[in-house]
Design a protein around this ligand. Structure first.
Ligand code: TXA
Ligand code: MG
Length: 334
């Protein structure tokens, strides 16, 4: 894969200016972008994804000095986090300026903002010159794309141009922190951890992940789901769980860092690396592999709840339809 040329970037920026949709790589996942100042263009994102119109989008910026063009209030905490983590996998929710289109904010009085850490995204933002509203470039409720081929599979000709920037480094969506209230609240865990945020802020961050009162489709219990049913397991009971599903006649895969000896034949092995950051890089590819192999059940071993492992557990629980922490949800798919 060679990086998009300057003329391809310029053409993509022209598509955005003309009200079209451009899919582009970020360090987390691929985004489906439109001119964030153009409500008609933004509406096309929702149509292409099949996403409910009241779900807010993150506006991508070329640099932190554009924050004030979108946020009515930029607290000191936001400036500190921007200085520490941008460009990078952190989105901040701030009070919106009144002229930010409702199509972007879902009608809420806040706006999500981030400067992505990917050279192609930054080149596009520079060439375009404004904010790009972009959710992950997948159909609503499905696994986020981590390479350009995934975007084409998901959206086909519903997108006017796909910029290919290779595979995404991080592989799972950005951390979202809400700075619009009195205390910072973590809305979605990601590669920037709560401990990372607390180190920069100098005080604790509240966790609102799974809090049904806050609107965020990425936080719906059954988000990020492959077609296969995802069943969560520990390293200790993974083989038993997979074997039991196999014995019932299901087409089963096991996704884990180490292959258990007791695994019966006929079970697909979906290998993940041992390192949690490397697991994040591979996770969505493995879930897509499971669907490509026609698996009905994927038994997934939860990683340890440390560092980015926390975000991985969050995504796996959502893939299993257990994002709100309920212990037993019958079917992950719907
Ligand atoms: O890593 C990422 O954030 C990727 C790349 C493309 O930047 N984008 C992404 O967008 O994951 P999306 O739309 O799939 O998820 C963004 C999440 C949604 O759950 C949305 O509800 C939430 O951010 N969000 C956006 N604006 C918000 C706001 N004003 N208040 C609360 N949540 C917000
Ligand atoms: Mg998404």
């Amino acid at each position: 894969m060679s990086a998009p040329s300057a003329s391809e970037i310029a053409a993509a920026a022209a598509v955005l200016r003309g009200g079209g949709l451009v899919a582009f790589p970020t360090e987390t996942v691929y985004g489906l972008g439109a001119n964030a100042r153009d409500p008609v263009a933004v509406a096309k994102i929702f149509a292409a994804k099949g996403r409910p119109a009241d779900h807010p989008l993150i506006v991508h910026l070329g640099a932190a000095d554009q924050l004030d063009q979108w946020a009515a209030v930029v607290p000191e905490a936001a400036r500190r986090l921007a200085a520490a983590f941008w460009p990078g996998p952190l989105a901040m929710v701030l009070p919106r300026r009144p002229e930010v289109p409702d199509a972007v904010t879902g009608g809420f009085d806040t706006v999500g903002l981030r400067v992505p850490g990917h050279s192609v995204a930054l080149a596009l933002l520079r060439a375009f010159g404004g904010g790009i509203a972009a959710p992950s470039a997948n159909r609503y409720g499905r696994v986020s794309p981590t390479c350009a081929a995934h975007v084409r599979e998901e959206l086909g000709d519903r997108v006017d141009h796909v910029l290919d920037g290779g595979r995404c480094d991080v592989g799972i969506e950005s951390t979202i922190v809400d700075l619009s209230g009195d205390v910072p609240r973590l809305l979605r865990p990601g590669a920037v951890t709560a401990a990372d945020l607390e180190r920069v802020l100098g005080h604790p961050v509240e966790t609102a992940v799974g809090d049904a009162a806050t609107p965020a489709p990425g936080r719906k219990p059954s988000h990020y789901a492959p077609l296969a049913r995802v069943v969560l397991a520990t390293a200790g009971d993974a083989a038993r769980t997979a074997n039991a599903w196999r014995a019932r006649g299901a087409r089963v895969g096991l996704m884990a860092a180490a292959r258990p000896e007791a695994l019966e034949p006929g079970i697909d092995w979906l290998a993940l690396p041992a390192d949690p950051a490397a697991q994040a890089h591979e996770l969505y590819q493995r879930l897509r592999d499971a669907d490509a192999h026609g698996l009905e059940v994927v038994v997934a071993v939860l990683p340890e709840d440390r560092g980015i492992g926390h975000a991985l557990r969050d995504r796996l629980r959502r893939a299993a339809g257990q994002g709100d922490g309920r212990p037993d949800v019958a079917d992950a798919r719907h």
